[in-house]
Design a protein around this ligand. Structure first.
Ligand code: AMP
Ligand code: ZN
Length: 139
């Protein structure tokens, strides 16, 4: 897609530090890493969000992402990794070409997800929320 920075990376029109590439996906270093070695995996075909990515491509992204996470642990001595995908501006998506972050993590790396834990009022609210979601779920 024209004017998409990640489509330009795939086309070789702007530089990137490539880690992996195959027929469906490409992985490269994030230029502003949470920790050194932070990697992005993108589908070669442009998709703005994650829900339209075909199953074989999405599966490849997850599989390769996990294997890259293992490589990050072995190569750079990390303890673990986060797989993160922001879908939508309110979710923190800045580049509108879907991408999976592989964020290498160390026990003492000083980075914390700002994760809150709300609670439901009662069982009825839980059941109601579940039913609303199931009614709209299209696989
Ligand atoms: P997100 O907030 O999930 O959309 O993340 C976008 C990510 O893309 C950020 O972590 C940026 O640092 C990264 N990024 C933006 N431009 C480039 C680029 N040219 N090469 C590598 N990473 C990039
Ligand atoms: Zn694109």
């Amino acid at each position: 897609m024209e004017n998409c920075i990640f489509c330009k990376i795939i086309a070789g029109k702007i530089p990137s530090t490539k880690i992996y590439e195959d027929d469906l996906i490409m992985a490269f270093l994030d230029i502003a890493p949470i920790n050194p070695g932070h990697i992005l995996i993108i589908p070669k075909e442009h998709h703005t969000g994650s829900s339209t990515i075909p199953e074989d491509v999405a599966g490849r992204m997850f599989r390769v992402g996990s294997r890259i996470g293992v490589a990050l642990k072995r190569a750079l001595d990390y303890d673990g990794f986060n797989l993160h995908l922001a879908d939508g501006t309110c979710a923190g998506q800045v580049v509108m070409h879907a991408h999976l972050h592989i964020v290498p993590r160390g026990a003492e790396d000083g980075f914390h997800w700002n994760w809150r834990q709300l609670s439901y009022a009662d069982d009825a609210e839980i059941t109601d929320k579940a039913q609303q979601i199931i009614a709209k779920l299209k696989i």
